[in-house]
Ligand binder design. Structure first.
Ligand code: HEC
Length: 114
């Protein structure tokens, strides 16, 4: 094995764990998806477009999760909406910490869907 290949291999070994730490620090979108299905889907729909039956019942128009309107909100504001509620949305009880980070990470993946 050449010296160049050995150091390239070393570099990958060093960089990969660093990358995964960075990615996971921001919340796990896979787990966030599962949490969204459990906590948010009944109102916001599986794809974040809103559950039409719930919209009629609550007399609201859900803002799509992939819309600029939602995506331009900083994480902190979305967290606040979930934990404190906003307008006709009542606070979702018992969501915090990692689960909330993961839900945010999932919502951020919806952005690229359009
Ligand atoms: C019981 C139904 C319900 C559940 C469950 C629910 N929401 Fe909502 N959500 C609403 C309603 C109703 C609105 C619209 C509020 C309004 O326009 O006054 C809303 C609005 C929002 C908004 C936009 C707020 C704004 O600034 O207009 C975000 C973001 C949001 N919800 C995120 C979530 C997330 C994330 C979850 C899951 C953790 C969740 N919601 C669970 C009913 C719900």
């Amino acid at each position: 094995m050449s010296k160049a290949r050995v150091s390239a291999g070393l570099l990958v070994l060093l960089v990969l764990p660093l990358l995964s730490v960075l990615l996971f620090a921001a919340g796990d979108a896979e787990q966030g998806k599962a949490a969204f299905m459990k906590r948010c889907k009944m109102c916001h729909g599986a794809d974040g477009q809103g559950n039409p039956a719930m919209a009629r019942m609550l007399k609201v128009e859900f803002k799509p999760m992939d819309s600029d309107y939602v995506q331009k909100k900083p994480d902190s504001e979305i967290k606040e909406i979930v934990t404190s509620g906003k307008g006709k949305m009542v606070a979702v009880r018992g969501v915090s910490g990692d689960e909330l980070e993961n839900i945010i990470a999932y919502i951020r993946t919806l952005k690229s869907a359009e």
